[in-house]
Design a protein around this ligand. Structure first.
Ligand SMILES: NC(=O)c1ccc[n+]([C@@H]2O[C@H](COP(=O)([O-])OP(=O)(O)OC[C@H]3O[C@@H](n4cnc5c(N)ncnc54)[C@H](O)[C@@H]3O)[C@@H](O)[C@H]2O)c1
Ligand SMILES: [Fe+2]
Length: 381
């Protein structure tokens, strides 16, 4: 079994206050904050800036959702011309992924496309501090960054241990203002990470332990975080659930749900968590055959019920999506039916993730799965 390193992690109320000491340890006098306008408007960036003392800060606050390769190239240009010594990714996965790749490209100076794939970065990145404001992608702990290739309308992964942040700071105060619909979608993304890591062909006892703990933390807290965003304990538990799910899937991988979600993001800009949620029941129904024991285990954790069986899992996913007002079909997301063939083609290209899936998926299966997800699955009713 191989276990990837993790950042040094600080979690809990007021942990943002540790950031300045971390920058001291990195001896970083010139720091870049990479974030987006939503985070600035929510007053979160000002909190971070207030916590950083006696050093120059360069602020890049124009990260877009599903960041593009072009956007990261711009961040790298600014970082290089300012001799940045540490990069802070503040925000959801879009900001943290942008910060991670930018930090790596400051030192790795080939064309970005030469690093898309697995273990292709050559030099260590400039030190990265990741501060998540969604719970979430788990990007604060993973060796993965996802970028949009706008020309190919596909999302592509850079996977390298050099992308693992030095430090991750999980302060629940930064997530209390997260709007309910973003809490729902990003929380579902974290749940999908845990579920897919648990059924991955590369699962280990290490990833299993983390995945099951993540499923139970998310199952117990996601509705409360959605309905009562100011509940700090629920917010902290969601951040921990997302962190553990990130650690699980960094080691075991995610699988077909993500492979099928990526073309929805690449072609139609459906937010990542929603794209995963809408594919989740259909793909999980398909994946249950042969993995019944693991499905039963996940259902027990998600429902906190020792009597729950394999069949309960997909039903609970539907209930959860209903409670969180998440669309349950591609039709509801206004995806044209005519796009199914291109979506299926796109999903089949995500071989890195399909290889982790417990059941083989053929091009014909891909067409059928999108067709089924177009209306939503039969178990829904
Ligand atoms: N690196 C990884 O391991 C990994 C894993 C999964 C997904 N991803 C990628 O991460 C991206 C999605 O990230 P995301 O789902 O976290 O969303 P996001 O970063 O795109 O943010 C979504 C929106 O929420 C707003 N927001 C975030 N936190 C807020 C807060 N606390 N208060 C108010 N508004 C807030 C942002 O301003 C933004 O408008 C996708 O590109 C996806 O492919 C990466
Ligand atoms: Fe994800």
């Amino acid at each position: 079994m191989k276990i990837l390193p993790t950042p040094e992690i600080y979690a809990g109320k007021s942990s943002l206050n540790v950031v300045n000491k971390l920058l001291d340890r990195l001896n970083a006098g010139k720091v870049m904050i990479v974030t987006d306008k939503g985070i600035v408007n929510a007053g979160i960036c000002a909190k971070l800036q207030g916590a950083i003392k006696n050093r120059d800060i360069v602020l890049f606050d124009d990260v877009q959702p599903d960041p593009s390769i072009k956007l990261v190239e711009l961040v790298v240009k600014i970082a290089r011309s300012n001799n940045i010594q540490a990069v802070i990714g503040l925000g959801g996965g879009s900001s943290i992924d942008t910060a991670k790749v930018a930090a790596a490209l400051i030192t790795n100076d080939k064309d970005m496309s030469s690093y898309v794939g697995i273990d292709l970065l050559e030099k260590d990145a400039v030190p990265i501090i990741a501060i998540p404001t969604t719970a979430g992608t788990g990007s604060e702990v993973t060796h993965i960054a996802i970028l949009s290739d706008e020309e190919e309308q596909l999302k592509k992964g850079i996977v390298s241990s050099k992308l693992i942040p030095h430090f991750a700071v999980l302060d629940p105060d930064l997530t209390v203002g997260l709007p309910p619909h973003v809490t729902a979608a990003t929380g579902m993304d974290a749940l999908v990470h845990a579920l897919e890591a648990y059924i991955s062909v590369n699962a280990s006892s290490y990833s299993d332990t983390l995945a099951l703990k993540a499923v139970s933390l998310i199952g117990e807290n996601i509705r409360e975080a959605y309905n009562n965003g100011a509940n700090l304990q629920a917010r902290e538990n969601m951040l921990l659930g997302s962190l553990y799910a990130g650690m699980a899937f960094a080691n075991a991988g995610v699988a077909a749900v993500h492979a099928f979600a990526y073309p929805l993001g690449g072609m139609f800009h459906i937010p990542h968590g929603l794209a995963n949620s809408v594919m989740l029941p259909t793909i999980m129904e398909f994946n249950m055959t042969g993995s019944e024991k693991r499905f039963a285990q996940m259902a027990k954790q998600l429902l906190n019920d020792n009597n729950a069986g394999a069949n309960c899992l997909v039903k609970e996913i539907y209930r959860l999506c209903n409670d969180l007002k998440i669309p349950l079909s591609l039709e509801e997301l206004k995806i044209p039916k005519s796009a199914i063939a291109q979506l299926a083609e796109g999903a089949m290209k995500v071989t890195r993730l399909l290889a982790n899936n417990p059941r083989e998926i053929t091009p014909q299966d891909a067409l059928e799965l999108y067709t089924k997800a177009y209306k939503g699955s039969a178990i829904a009713q």
